[in-house]
Design a protein around this ligand. Structure first.
Ligand SMILES: [Zn+2]
Length: 403
């Protein structure tokens, strides 16, 4: 049986390994990091022995689809798919056959993510006439029931197309007034065949609601870069720097050398962030190539055990491993940069306070069996403890009983 979390607002974690390799004590008070190696302890302080486990800032999942997931349910067999449209159509058919409600499936995936350390997620949730707002409502209900465990942002995501799917634009408006936090978009050219039409709508809705914008962009090659360039131009013109994100951005990931440097400079200047999911054979954005230009790069799971993919598990330490593997990270610095993208870049992308385990930071961290961040990225340990706001919420991959 899981050990109950300490009820005291003051917890001293002893023998905690830090990123620099040193070991010391960490005092948490009122949900924040209060001191390293404190000389005095507050009254009623509870002690938790970390036994040399490494403390890592809790990871963030910057791109996930909980409404599509079958997590916690029976195995789903996938149909063959040759194109993006095949995947979209197969998803609609599969979803019609799944009987478990969105709230149950999304909640099971959130529990799994939290138990493996995730402190926050940005959930892209389908908004389309065939689904109505059932996804947004189900994911919101699952998130509300777990508001003490993680932060969830919901993106109203036009998975079937926006202008090309009549009725979707009206549902997007409604979603933003009924629980969605972020305006989504999808391949303005590849799916809608109307670059300016889709961008007029999503930038307009973002301006009217004050919501950030997060666009899936699978379109590759020069056509993809034309869309990236136009989105950067509009971001600057609208004064939305820091509030616009491109998911996948395969067109950017395909670039190298001077071409990549030029696009990276453009994105950094405009304040357009990127998210990569390090998926299968798809092009992957490399933190080592983007960070020097100041481009914010978050990392996400994308689909987890849904009609699109049998893979994924909501574990963002494992996702840092995939990013490192796909980008051929070898040095300790390169491996640590992949975790930096997962934890710090993700938090910044979602507008959350940084958790770097420094005094005053939110006490959101995990303890893992590893000697260094680089080793953790390679070994993918399950956190022995997950701490949120100073409270232990999971142990050895399992949520603790909630009171
Ligand atoms: Zn996605």
């Amino acid at each position: 049986m899981a050990t109950p979390a300490p009820a005291s607002p003051h917890v001293l974690f002893t023998a905690v390994r830090r990123a620099d390799g040193s070991t010391g004590d960490l005092l948490v008070s009122g949900g924040r990091i209060a001191a390293h190696d404190p000389a005095e302890l507050p009254g009623g302080c509870v002690t938790v022995h970390a036994a040399g486990a490494l403390a890592l800032p809790s990871p963030v999942d910057a791109h996930i689809h909980p409404d599509k997931s079958t997590w916690g349910g029976p195995w789903l067999s996938r149909e063959p798919a040759a194109t993006l449209r095949d995947l979209i159509d197969g998803d609609v058919r599969a979803r019609a056959a799944i009987t478990a409600p969105v709230e149950e499936r999304a909640g099971a995936l959130m529990d799994r993510a939290v138990a493996h350390g995730t402190r926050a997620m940005r959930a892209h949730v389908d908004v389309a006439p065939v689904h109505g707002l059932a996804g947004v409502r189900g994911v919101r209900a699952a998130a509300d029931a777990r508001r003490d465990l993680l932060d969830v942002q919901i993106v109203a995501f036009p998975q079937l197309g926006l202008l090309s799917e009549p009725g979707t634009a009206e549902l997007m408006e409604q979603a933003l007034s009924e629980g969605a936090d972020v305006v989504g978009g999808l391949d303005p050219v590849g799916i809608d065949g109307d670059l300016h039409g889709q961008l007029d709508f999503v930038f307009g809705l973002a301006a009217r609601t004050g919501a950030p914008l997060d666009i899936h962009l699978h379109d590759g090659g020069p056509e993809g870069i034309r869309q990236v360039t136009e989105i950067a131009r509009r971001t600057l013109a609208a004064g939305m720097g820091g509030r616009v994100t491109l998911g996948h951005a395969f067109a950017v990931a395909e670039l190298a050398g001077a071409e990549l440097d030029a696009v990276a400079r453009l994105l950094a200047e405009a304040g357009v962030s990127l998210v990569t999911c390090a998926l299968g054979a798809d092009p992957v954005l490399d933190p080592a190539r983007l960070a020097p230009h100041g481009v914010r790069l978050g990392v996400g799971s994308d689909g987890v055990r849904d009609a699109w993919t049998p893979f994924g598990d909501g574990d963002m330490i494992a996702r840092a491993h995939l990013l490192a593997y796909r980008t051929d990270a070898r040095t300790d610095a390169g491996l640590a940069a992949c975790y930096e993208a997962v934890a710090q870049e993700g938090a910044a992308l979602l507008g959350l306070p940084a958790s770097r385990l420094e005094t005053g930071d939110p006490a959101d961290f995990v303890l893992v069996d590893a000697g260094s961040v680089a080793e953790a990225v390679v070994d993918r340990p399950v956190p022995s403890l997950v701490v949120r706001g100073g409270r232990i919420i999971a142990r050895d991959g399992r949520l603790l009983r909630r009171g």
